[in-house]
Write a protein that binds this ligand. Structure first.
Ligand code: GRF
Length: 207
C-alpha cells in the first residue's frame, strides 16, 4: 500500500450497514487505503450507526424530515455541512434510501458513489434482487457506480454477477448478491483511492 495518503470516505446508510462493515474490514485488512471519517444515517435506530460506534467511527443521525424519499432542504444542508466538516473526499452511499438532490451532487461533483443490488441498467429502484427474480433473470448481481442526477444511472465502476437458482427466494438471492457487494464496494473504493480510474463519457476505465 505504501505511504500514500488515505482516501477519506463518508458512508451514508439507512439500514443494517453490512456494506459499511465490509469497507471497514477491508481498511483493517490493508486492502483498502482509506479511512471512514463519518457515518451518517437518516434512520435513528439504524444498525449502521451501532456498527460505526463499535468501530470508533464518528456516527451521526441526521433526520431528513419532512421529506420521505429525498434528501433536500435544510436536512440536505446539514448533511453537506457534516460531510464537509469531516474532511470527506468521497461519499459512499450504502443502502441510503433517499434520492440525492443537486446541492449535494454539486458540492461533491463526481465524488459520490453508490452500490445497487442489480446489474444496472437492469432493475434500478427498490429491491433489485426481487425485480430480477420476478422477471425470471438467470443472472443477477450488484453494481458500484458514480451517482448523478438520475437514479441508479451514473457511470459503472465495478459489477459482480451471481446465478439465480431455481429454488431461490428473494432472501436467498439477496444474500448471494450481498456476498458480492462486500467484495465489489471495497474494490471500487480502492480503485478511487489509488487514482487508478477515470471517466470517459459513460465509461469508467483504467488510467
Ligand atoms: C444493499 O443490498 C445495497 O445494494 C442496497 O441496499 C442494501 C444495503 O445493505 N443499496 P447494507 O445496509 O449495507 O447491509
Amino acid at each position: 500500500m505504501g505511504s500514500s495518503k488515505k482516501l477519506s470516505i463518508a458512508v451514508l446508510g439507512s439500514g443494517k450497514g453490512s456494506n459499511f462493515q465490509s469497507i471497514a474490514d477491508a481498511i483493517e485488512a490493508g486492502t483498502l487505503n482509506a479511512e471512514v471519517v463519518c457515518v451518517i444515517s437518516d434512520v435513528e435506530d439504524a444498525y449502521i450507526l451501532e456498527r460505526a460506534k463499535k468501530l470508533g467511527v464518528p456516527a451521526h443521525y441526521i433526520s431528513a424530515a419532512p421529506f420521505k424519499t429525498k434528501l433536500a432542504g435544510n436536512a440536505e444542508q446539514k448533511y453537506i455541512e457534516t460531510i464537509k466538516e469531516a474532511g470527506t473526499e468521497i461519499i459512499a452511499l450504502a443502502g441510503f434510501m433517499r434520492i440525492i438532490k443537486p446541492d449535494l451532487l454539486e458540492a461533491f461533483s463526481g465524488r459520490i458513489i453508490n452500490i445497487h443490488p442489480s446489474l444496472l441498467p437492469s432493475f434500478p429502484g427498490l429491491a433489485g434482487w426481487t425485480q430480477a427474480l420476478e422477471h425470471g433473470s438467470k443472472v443477477a448481481g450488484c453494481t458500484v457506480h458514480y451517482v448523478d442526477a438520475e437514479m441508479d444511472a451514473g457511470p459503472i465502476i465495478v459489477q459482480e454477477a451471481v446465478p439465480v437458482l431455481d429454488d431461490d427466494t428473494a432472501e436467498t438471492l439477496h444474500a448471494r448478491i450481498q456476498v458480492k457487494e462486500h467484495v465489489a464496494y471495497p474494490e471500487a473504493l480502492q480503485l478511487i483511492a489509488t487514482d487508478a480510474i477515470e471517466i470517459l463519457g459513460r465509461r469508467v476505465v483504467k488510467k
